[in-house]
Every structure is written in structure tokens, then in C-alpha cells.
Design a protein around this ligand. Structure first.
Ligand code: ADP
Length: 321
């Protein structure tokens, strides 16, 4: 059976009639999937019907000639915005600053020119409407929600926009799943990356969210305490089991930044999360101090992005890799 690399190389030997380059090099096709039966998705925008048919035949003949390939399925799409890639921001327990990290990361990515949206999947304690100043009710069009625009350039959807503030949300499993699907399958337009502020912990809602919506990657937020790291390890396991790559670990509330002199003291010691990341073989994205400005900026709906620069760079590099 051909490897994925061999399949991709074969597909790239077929020439794109417009650019004269290989189908993959020209962006006309994504790397094929499958083994015995190979699936190819062709973007046929700009080609007339005979050209589409010729291209399809070329692809079938070329891939069908590889030893071990028994069938070739070709799907043709006219160019349309690709679905955004989901980046889950998760933690093993509540109160570690997951929502704060998610909001600042989203705004920092938007500042870097990435089209980013926010899905607040923390349906039991939705805080993104406040953090991103997005507490208006979303409109709907053809049965899909339209994300609420924010002054930070991060369109946002949250259950917090749909229910009265302070109202306890007692979702049971299936209802929670449906509610989350409405937030993810919304009119996201040409959004490239959707930051998903996950509910804290590793229960059924988290698992079904991951299985149903397949995040492209996950950012794990932890505080320096060992206990939080044990919890974080559970969150990491949840993504590992679902084969979702971990983009990296963020250590939040790592040391206390003195509001008077700026000096950082470290009551929980230093380097625990970084060592844990190394032990688990995953990137360490950065350390955010416990700082009053971070909390007051959050409360004011104006995320403080300066302390999150390294985290945002890490995620931007991962997206562009
Ligand atoms: P989670 O989403 O993990 O429950 P939040 O993001 O809601 O946590 O943060 C919990 C509280 O801690 C909020 O009041 C938030 O403003 C504050 N907070 C989070 N990170 C920091 C930080 N690095 N410095 C100061 N306060 C923080």
C-alpha cells in the first residue's frame, strides 16, 4: 500500500491546468486521505466542465495506477471558505485562568492578522461575553447564529449571550452538546481559527465536544501547584486519547507580580509546569504572572495581551507551520 507521502507525491505529478504546477503545490488539491480507497478533494473553481472532467480522469488514472490502490474517490468543490480550525483552550479544573488566557490569546492572534473567532463552550460559567465585551444577543440567519462582533476584532458566540445573566445553566449532556454545536456551526465566514474556551474538567460534555467537533489542537492551562498539574494531566489525556495534538502548556498565575515594584515572587516555586511539559514531551508556551492589571483589564472587557505575547507567538507559529 502506498504511504501518504507517496500518494501526495503522485497527486502532485498531475498538473493544474491553470498554473501549470502540481495539484498540491498549486493548492488545487489537499493531500489525499485513505489507503486502499483514496479520497481526493479538488478545488475546481475557475475550471469549466470539460477541464474538470479531464482533471478528475487524470487524478483517477494516476492514483489508480499505484500498487495497492483499489479505488479513488474524487470530490470536487468550488472554492469556498474552509471551515475554521478549532483550537481548544482547556484546563483540568476551574479557576486557573483558562477563560482569561483564551480571551487574551484570541485578541493577540487577531492583532497578528489572523482571522480569529471565539466560541465560549464553558456553558456552565460563560465568561467570554464579559471578557471580550460581547454580551449582546446574537442574531440568526437561516437557522444559524451570527457571531457578535467585538471591538477587539474577535467575533464571539457564547451561551452567556443567549440566557439571562446570572441565570444558572443546568444543561444535561445531550442538551449541552446541541447548544455547543449551535455555537460552532454558526456563520463564521472566513474565520481561520476558532478559539474554544472549553468547560473546565474532563467530563462527558468535554469529551463529546472533542469527538464531535475535532479540534485541530489544544492549549492546556495550568497553575503551578502540583494539584493543578495533576488535573492538567487529565485534560492532556483526554486530548491524547482523541488524537488531538497538544499545541502546548501555559502556566498561569506563575508567581506574583508586585503592583508596587513589579518584582515577581514565586510562592509555588518555579519551573514546575515547564518541567512537566518537557516530561510529557509537549511544548511549553509561556508563564503568565498573577498580576492585578490582568484581572482588572479582564473585568473591563479589555484583555491585557502584553503578558501573552509568547503564548500567542507559539500558537500563531503552530497555525502557520
Ligand atoms: P477559569 O476560566 O479557569 O475558571 P478565569 O479565566 O475565569 O478562570 O479566571 C479566574 C479569575 O482569576 C478571574 O477573576 C480572572 O480575572 C483572574 N485571573 C486569571 N488569570 C490571572 C492572572 N494571570 N493574574 C491575575 N488574575 C488572573
Amino acid at each position: 500500500m502506498p504511504t501518504h507521502e507517496q500518494l501526495a507525491a503522485a497527486l502532485d505529478r498531475v498538473t493544474d491546468p491553470v498554473s501549470g504546477r502540481g495539484l498540491i503545490a498549486s493548492g488545487r488539491a489537499a493531500p489525499p486521505r485513505g489507503e486502499r480507497t483514496v479520497d481526493v478533494v479538488l478545488d475546481v473553481s475557475g475550471l469549466d466542465d470539460p477541464a474538470r472532467a479531464r482533471l478528475e480522469a487524470d487524478v483517477r488514472v494516476t492514483l489508480g495506477a499505484l500498487p495497492g490502490v483499489e479505488g479513488v474517490r474524487v470530490a470536487m468543490t468550488a472554492q469556498r471558505a474552509a471551515a475554521p480550525r478549532l483550537i481548544a483552550v482547556a484546563s483540568g479544573k476551574g479557576g486557573v485562568g483558562k477563560s482569561t488566557v483564551a480571551a487574551s490569546l484570541a485578541v493577540a492572534l487577531a492583532k497578528r492578522g489572523i482571522k480569529v473567532g471565539m466560541v465560549d463552550a464553558d456553558i456552565y460559567g460563560p465568561s467570554q461575553p464579559r471578557l471580550l465585551d460581547a454580551d449582546r444577543k446574537p442574531e440568526a440567519e437561516s437557522n444559524k447564529l451570527i457571531p457578535v462582533d467585538t471591538r477587539h476584532g474577535v467575533p464571539t458566540l457564547s451561551m452567556g449571550q443567549l440566557v439571562a445573566p446570572g441565570q444558572a445553566i443546568a444543561w444535561r449532556g445531550p442538551m449541552a452538546g446541541n447548544a455547543l454545536t449551535q455555537l460552532v456551526d454558526a456563520h463564521w465566514g472566513d474565520t481561520q481559527a476558532l478559539i474554544v474556551d472549553m468547560p473546565p474538567g474532563t467530563g462527558d460534555v468535554q469529551l463529546s465536544m472533542i469527538q464531535k467537533h475535532r479540534p485541530a489542537g489544544a492549549v492546556i492551562v495550568s497553575t503551578p501547584q502540583d494539584l493543578a498539574l495533576i488535573d492538567a494531566t487529565r485534560a492532556i489525556d483526554l486530548f491524547n486519547k482523541a488524537n488531538v495534538p497538544i499545541i502546548g502548556l501555559v502556566e498561569n498565575m506563575a508567581g506574583y507580580a508586585c503592583p508596587k515594584c513589579g518584582e515577581i515572587s514565586e510562592p509555588f516555586g518555579r519551573g514546575g509546569a515547564e518541567a512537566e511539559a518537557a516530561r510529557l514531551g509537549m511544548p511549553f508556551l509561556g508563564r503568565i504572572p498573577l498580576a492585578i492589571e490582568i484581572r482588572t483589564a479582564s473585568d473591563a472587557g479589555q484583555p491585557d495581551i502584553a503578558p501573552f505575547a509568547a503564548v500567542a507567538d507559539g500558537v500563531a507559529n503552530w497555525l502557520n507551520r
